[in-house]
Design a protein around this ligand. Sequence first.
Ligand code: BT5
Length: 314
Amino acid sequence: MNDTRRSVLDGLAAGPVSGPALADRLGISRAAVWKHVEALRDAGFEVASTDDGYVLEAFPEFGGEAVEYGLDAPFEIEFHDAIDSTNNRARELATSGAADVVVLADQQTGGRGRLERQWESPSGGIWMSAVIRPDLPPARAPLLTLAAAVAIARTARERGVDAAIKWPNDVIVPEEETERGGLKLSGILTEMEGEANRVNWVVVGMGINANVDPEDLDDAATSLRAQCGDVDRRTFTQDVLETFHALRTNTDHILDAWREYGATIGQHVRVATTTEFIEGHAVDITEHGSLVVETDDGEREVHAGDCEHLRPST
Ligand code: BT5
């Protein structure tokens, strides 16, 4: 949203305000005010014309301008009703030099998980990818995945959902009977480009099953709708992005925050890496976000893999 559009919206939110008064205040023409108001109406803002002037009556449920307005983090939002994958679009933006842009969609037609797995992304979810250029060595970039997981888990808990983080990239609602220790509410796909000691860009893709039915997702999935009823996606997205921003600018706090929500430490786990299974007691997480597993053959640090919670360790 450009600065003038934002100022018009601020004026309307503090209204009622007449078109001429707003034009004078912002130093733009009345026609320009009218055009901005029409564009906001097209984006779903309900702006009534009353005898006292314009009144902002309601925000759109979702959308780029809706999420950007009132967002306390410096992200520009590029919204799509439907797109193949927000990560694909974010990668395009990243390679053309963008920074601090979030690609957000209501629906994805080719959502991706890790290792080219499919990610179900029906309409009603929050599917988004942040393009960032962090001042981090590549070895510490996985911390951004953890930061995104913390942001999502915290926001879900604030809505009353019993959310926890399963290392490395799942936000789950723990359920003992389930095979993997819980139902998956959200997954994160982080992709990056960098050199030996410098990250060039990172795309942090966050898939949040928001106002969708679990039947439309994977067998072991859940959604916010199933856990706490439909959420306001606008404020949910804002809260996630604000916490994510606070953590990415303060990376020293990420691990402590992760430990607060992490469900993996203390569990008996089996981690499938691309080459082997590592089974043992999950005891800690390293400063680079690797999981430390105490196995029969000693301690192992696992950088990436699929982690199953087998049962709590005794
Ligand atoms: C992930 O992969 O969990 C990363 C998912 C990232 C999705 C976001 S959405 C925005 C952005 N744009 C993209 O294209 N991707 C990112 P992984 O750990 O590999 O888990 C994938 C597995 O989760 C699949 O093989 C299914 O078993 C399961 N799954 C698929 N869709 C799901 C859903 N909506 N909810 C829960 N589980 C799902």
